[in-house]
Design a binder for this molecule. Structure first.
Ligand SMILES: NC(=O)c1ccc[n+]([C@@H]2O[C@H](COP(=O)([O-])OP(=O)(O)OC[C@H]3O[C@@H](n4cnc5c(N)ncnc54)[C@H](OP(=O)(O)O)[C@@H]3O)[C@@H](O)[C@H]2O)c1
Length: 181
């Protein structure tokens, strides 16, 4: 049986939503507890005039990454920021970045999402459903993919008194909902 840090030795990981609450702690924990990980690609959009690379450089300067900085001063070299807006066609990835991801990624953590409960349904659908579909399609092209993890939420089916660990059928066919929106 291989333990978790052993499993990640030499692996190349892709994370969406790495600038968010969940993605940030995942990135730090993965790099700190699995020092053998080869590299971590993060799909990040430009925001407020800042490039994805500048956003990640800023982020890893925050307190969360101090311990990692002490333990593994070269950790930043393992993080590769690629420009991507998940709501855009082809995830806004350049052809060059697409082929790098297709050739190299072993594990995908898809954490990007909107978590606003009052988000307009159309926008929530764009990011939480359609972007997830696009990520799955990209993952299907990856030549060395071992695992695809979609980080979702337990805040679902809250109209039920007892929520079991099963996938419930949706109240409407998702394709009809997309067409309607
Ligand atoms: N928070 C929790 O305690 C918790 C617990 C369990 C599960 N979850 C689940 O984990 C997932 C992430 O939650 P979170 O709390 O980390 O949310 P969050 O802090 O709001 O982070 C959302 C992430 O998605 C990215 N994103 C949004 N729109 C994007 C787009 N168009 N293109 C590229 N990236 C985009 C954001 O990037 P920008 O920085 O560019 O906006 C950010 O990195 C959700 O499914 C949530 O339900 C959360």
């Amino acid at each position: 049986m291989v333990n978790i840090p052993e499993y990640y030795v030499g692996k190349t990981v892709l994370i969406t939503g790495a600038t968010g609450f969940m993605g940030k702690v995942l990135l730090e924990k993965l790099l700190r507890s699995c020092p053998g990980v080869k590299s971590v690609y993060v799909m990040v959009r430009s925001k407020a005039g800042q490039s994805p690379q500048a956003r990640i450089a800023d982020m890893i300067n925050c307190k969360l990454f101090e311990r990692l900085q002490d333990e593994q001063p070269g950790f930043a070299e393992k993080i590769v920021a690629v420009n991507s807006d998940l709501t855009q066609p082809e995830l806004d990835l350049s052809k060059g970045d697409q082929s790098i991801l297709v050739e190299n990624i072993n594990i995908v953590f898809h954490c990007a999402a909107t978590i606003r409960f009052n988000e307009p349904l159309k926008d929530a659908m764009q990011l939480n459903v359609l972007a997830t579909q696009k990520m799955v399609a990209l993952a299907h092209r990856m030549k060395h993919l071992e695992i695809f993890i979609h980080i979702s939420t337990a805040y679902a089916n809250c109209d039920r008194e007892l929520i079991e660990e099963i996938v419930y059928p949706p109240p409407v066919d998702y394709r009809r909902l997309i067409d309607t929106l």
